[in-house]
Design a protein around this ligand. Structure first.
Ligand code: ATP
Ligand code: MG
Length: 613
C-alpha cells in the first residue's frame, strides 16, 4: 500500500488559506483590493477587536450576480484573467481567484452584493469553507463582505495573532497607505464605532497626503515625480534630516500594489548616499508605475513580491526621482518648537501619522498586497498624461527655478506656514559664533550654519565632480612627509595606490613599510597629510568591494573633511560670505557628506511663537 494520499478539500483549502491570510490586515487588504478592482469609489471598512472579531468592507463597485457570488468562493474562480497570456499583462490587483475562498475557509463570512442590472441582491453565508445559505436580499448595490471570528477553526493560527492594538495598527497602516495610493477613492475606517480615517475623494496625491497625515508630514518630506525610460516614479521621500534608524517607514507600491522589494529599497538607500549618516534610513512612500508586461506579480501567494524585467531601469528612475527632488527642494533643518506646542487635534489624523512614524510594516508579512496596475490608468483622468502627478508645484517650470534658500517654499507654499512663502531673498551675514558657526538671516528666517560642515559640503561636491572627470591637481611638497605603515596598512596601500594618485596624493616608497609623501591635493594643509593618508587607506580597504562611485564618494568625503576649515577658526567676513554663497549653490546644502546637518533655520513664525506673538 502506498503512503501518499490526496488531502481532503477542506484541509487543502485551510492550508492554502494560510499563505494568503495571516492576520486581520491580510483580510482587509484582499477585500480592499477586490473593492478597487470592482471600480469602487467609496470604500468603507469597519473592524472590531483589531479585526479579530470582525472585518467588514463595503464598496459601491460593480457588484456580482447571484451565480457569480457563489462562484467567487470557489478556488481559482476569477473574473480577472482567462488565459496564460493574461498573466503577462495583469492590470488588476487580484488575479489568483484565491482570496475569497481562503478567507471563507478560516472565518465566518457573509457577503451581500448586487449589480446595477439586477433588481434584488444576493446574500451568501459561508462558514469554514461550507456554504450555509444563499438567499435574495434587498440591497442598494455594490458589495459588502463581513468576515467574523478569523481563525475560529484554526486555533494554531489564532494563537499567533497579536494584541488588538497591534492588529489594529497593521490594519490602520494598510488602509492609510492604500488611501494614499488611491486619492480618487473615498476611504473610511472605523474601529468599534470610532472613526479612524475618513477621507473624501480628491484629485491629487498631495491633497490626499494632507488629508491623511496632515501638514507636519508634508513639511518633513519632499514630493517627487519623475518619468524615466518606461518607468514613472512619484510619491514622497523624507528630507535628509528626518532619517530613521530602521527601514520600516519605507512603503513601495508598484502599479498600485503594495509590495516589499529589495530592488526598490536599495535604490532608495542609494539616493540618500552621502546625505544621511550611516545607519540612518530615509522614510518614503514611493509609487512606481510601469507597463504590466515589465513586472511579474505572480511571485508570492500574497502578491507582496514582484520581479522586474529591467530592475536597473527601475532603480535608475528612483534614484533620479529622489535626487532631483532633494536637489530642487534643498531642505534645510528647521527648528520647531517642542512637540506639545503643536496640538494634534483630529484623532484619526494623529493615528494615521503615528502609523507612519512608528514605521510598522505596512502589512502582515505574508498577507497579499494586491496591486492595481490597471487601476492607475483607470483612475487617471484621460485629459492629462500625468494626471496622477503630485501637485502642480512639481511642474518642470517651478522645479527649474533656483533660489538661494529652500526654493520649495516658493514652489509650494506649505499648507500651514504662510510665513515661509517667498523666503528666497538674499542672505545677510550677521557674524560668527564661537568661531565655529556662521549666523545669517533672510527677511524671514535666521540661519545657523556649521562652518566646517558647510565647507565640507562645498569641497565634497567639487571633488566629486572633478574626480568623475580627471585626477585632482596635486601640489608637490618641498620636503617629503614620511609615514610609517603597519603591515595591514601597507597591504591596503598597495591596492589603493591608483585611487590615491587620482586624489592628488603622490607617494614614493621610502623604505620597508614607510612611505614618502611627495605631493598633496592643493586644498589640504600639510598638518592633515598623515591623518588623511591613513584615513584614505582605511576607507579604501573598507570599500574594496563597493562600486567605484561609492569608493570615490567616500574618498572625496574624507578629503573634503580634512581640507575643510575647522571649527574654532576665526573667519573674515569675506570668507564667511564666500562659504554661505557657495553653500547655497551646492546641490545638497542640507547635509555634510557624512550626513550631518549643515544649516539649521529658525523661521520667523517659530521665532514669533517663542515670543508668544
Ligand atoms: N467587491 C467585489 N465586487 C465585485 N466583484 C467581486 C468583489 N470581490 C470579489 N469579486 C469577484 O469575485 C472574484 C473572486 O474574488 P477573489 O478575491 O477570490 O479573487 P481575485 O480577486 O480574482 O484574485 P485574488 O485571489 O488574486 O484576489 C473576483 O474575480 C471578482 O470577480
Ligand atoms: Mg481578490
Amino acid at each position: 500500500m502506498g503512503k501518499i494520499r490526496i488531502l481532503p478539500d477542506l484541509l487543502a483549502s485551510k492550508i492554502a488559506a494560510g499563505e494568503v491570510v495571516e492576520r486581520p490586515a491580510s483580510v482587509v487588504k484582499e477585500l480592499i483590493e477586490n473593492a478597487l478592482d470592482a471600480g469602487g469609489r467609496q470604500i468603507r471598512i469597519e473592524v472590531e477587536l483589531g479585526g479579530k472579531k470582525l472585518v467588514r468592507v463595503a464598496d459601491d463597485g460593480e457588484g456580482m450576480t447571484r451565480d457569480d457570488a457563489l462562484l467567487a468562493f470557489e478556488r481559482h474562480a476569477t473574473s480577472k484573467i482567462a488565459s496564460v497570456e493574461d498573466l503577462e499583462h495583469i492590470v488588476t490587483l487580484g488575479f489568483r481567484g484565491e482570496a475569497l475562498p481562503s478567507i471563507a475557509a478560516v472565518a465566518r463570512v457573509l457577503l451581500r452584493t448586487k449589480t446595477a442590472a439586477d433588481l434584488v441582491g444576493t446574500e451568501v453565508e459561508i462558514e469554514g469553507g461550507k456554504i450555509k445559505d444563499v438567499r435574495e436580499c434587498a440591497w442598494a448595490g455594490g458589495t459588502e463582505v463581513h468576515v467574523r471570528d478569523l481563525f475560529y477553526n484554526v486555533p494554531a493560527r489564532r494563537k499567533f495573532l497579536k494584541s488588538d492594538t497591534t492588529e489594529l495598527f497593521h490594519v490602520t497602516n494598510l488602509v492609510t497607505h492604500y488611501a494614499l495610493c488611491y486619492p480618487r477613492v473615498a476611504f473610511r475606517l472605523k474601529h468599534g464605532g470610532r472613526t479612524l480615517l475618513d477621507v473624501a475623494a480628491v484629485e491629487t496625491l498631495r491633497e490626499r497626503a494632507y488629508q491623511v497625515f496632515g501638514a507636519d508630514f508634508l513639511a518633513s518630506v519632499v514630493e517627487l515625480e519623475h518619468v524615466g525610460e518606461g518607468v514613472r516614479v512619484y510619491g514622497f521621500a523624507s528630507k535628509p534630516n528626518w532619517g530613521r534608524t530602521t527601514r520600516e517607514a519605507q512603503y513601495f507600491f508598484v502599479n498600485g500594489r503594495y509590495v516589499r522589494d529589495r530592488v526598490l529599497a536599495q535604490a532608495l538607500s542609494e539616493s540618500y548616499r552621502t546625505l544621511l549618516p550611516s545607519g540612518m534610513h530615509p522614510a518614503a512612500v514611493l509609487f512606481v508605475e510601469l507597463p504590466p508586461s515589465d513586472v511579474d506579480v505572480n511571485v508570492h501567494p500574497a502578491k507582496i513580491e514582484v520581479r522586474f524585467r529591467r530592475p536597473a531601469q527601475v532603480q535608475a528612475a528612483i534614484i533620479e526621482a529622489v535626487r532631483r527632488a532633494l536637489q530642487q527642494a534643498r531642505p534645510v533643518l528647521e527648528v520647531k518648537r517642542p512637540v506639545e506646542d503643536r496640538p494634534r487635534t483630529h484623532s484619526e489624523r494623529a493615528l494615521a501619522r503615528e502609523a507612519f512614524r512608528l514605521q510598522a510594516p505596512l502589512a502582515p508579512s505574508t498577507s497579499r498586497q494586491p496591486s492595481l496596475g490597471l487601476a492607475f490608468s483607470a483612475r487617471k483622468a484621460p485629459e492629462e498624461g500625468k494626471a496622477f502627478a503630485p501637485s502642480e508645484a512639481a511642474s518642470p517650470e517651478v522645479l527649474g527655478a533656483r533660489s538661494p534658500i529652500s526654493p520649495q517654499c516658493l514652489a509650494r507654499p506649505s499648507l500651514d506656514d504662510v510665513a515661509e512663502e517667498g523666503a528666497a531673498e538674499r542672505i545677510r551675514l550677521l557674524g560668527q559664533f564661537r568661531q565655529s558657526f556662521i549666523l545669517a538671516a533672510t527677511d524671514r528666517e535666521l540661519l545657523l550654519i556649521d562652518q566646517h560642515a558647510a565647507h565640507e559640503r562645498i569641497l565634497f561636491e567639487r571633488f566629486q565632480e572633478q574626480l568623475a572627470r580627471e585626477a585632482l591637481p596635486a601640489q608637490p611638497l618641498l620636503v617629503p612627509e614620511i609615514i610609517e605603515l603597519t603591515p595591514a596598512q601597507h597591504a591596503a596601500f598597495e591596492s589603493a595606490r591608483q585611487d590615491l594618485a587620482r586624489l592628488g596624493i603622490e607617494v614614493g616608497e621610502f623604505s620597508g613599510r614607510a612611505l614618502a609623501l611627495t605631493a598633496l591635493p592643493a586644498d589640504v594643509p600639510i598638518s592633515e597629510a598623515r591623518p588623511l593618508v591613513l584615513e584614505l587607506l582605511e576607507v579604501a580597504d573598507q570599500e574594496r568591494r563597493s562600486s567605484p562611485e561609492r569608493l570615490r564618494d567616500r574618498l572625496a568625503a574624507s578629503l573634503a573633511c580634512r581640507a575643510a576649515v575647522k571649527i574654532n577658526t576665526p573667519l573674515t567676513e569675506a570668507m564667511m560670505r564666500w562659504l554661505v554663497e557657495e553653500l547655497f549653490r551646492a546641490s545638497f546644502p542640507m547635509s555634510c557628506p557624512h550626513g550631518r546637518p549643515v544649516v539649521v533655520r529658525f523661521t520667523l513664525r517659530e521665532i514669533e511663537r517663542l515670543f508668544h506673538r
